[in-house]
Design a protein around this ligand. Structure first.
Ligand SMILES: [Zn+2]
Length: 140
């Protein structure tokens, strides 16, 4: 008799664990999707160069290939310190940044830079995850 109870308990326990596991998977998938959508819609503030006074806004999902780089877009000025740069299509940028579409038919894939002080903590952290740790802290 007690053996049957033991078997039933084992089965119940197994079913419960399976249910919890399934819930966890569903939760992770849903949460992950919502998270990605939220992030994709969040705004990244970009400049043509760190000292460009114009700040443009793009959606996270429009930003490509974030990386540390010392050469800015446009005038290709070499900066003494590496800055976070990325690529966006110029027609996806809202606001005024130092880019004119004068030099040829658009849209143009332009290089922009992202500054920590322009962007939210969430965006900055996500950028660092993609581009690697802040190289401005290397010194030298
Ligand atoms: Zn353009």
């Amino acid at each position: 008799m007690s053996k049957i109870i033991q078997v039933v308990f084992k089965l119940l326990w197994g079913a419960l664990r399976l249910a919890i596991w399934l819930l966890a998977v569903v939760f992770r998938l849903t949460f992950g999707l919502v998270w990605r959508q939220t992030l994709g819609r969040s705004t990244v503030y970009v400049r043509r160069d760190w000292n460009d006074r114009g700040v443009g806004r793009v959606r996270w999902s429009q930003l490509r290939d974030p990386r540390w780089d010392t050469v800015s877009g446009g005038a290709q000025i070499e900066n003494p310190l590496p800055l976070l740069h990325g690529y966006v299509w110029c027609n996806k940028v809202r606001g005024k940044i130092g880019h004119s579409c004068a030099h040829g038919p658009g849209p143009h894939n332009i290089k922009v830079c992202m500054l920590r002080e322009d962007n939210s903590r969430l965006i900055w952290q996500r950028l660092l995850e993609l581009a690697g740790p802040d190289r401005r802290l290397d010194g030298g």
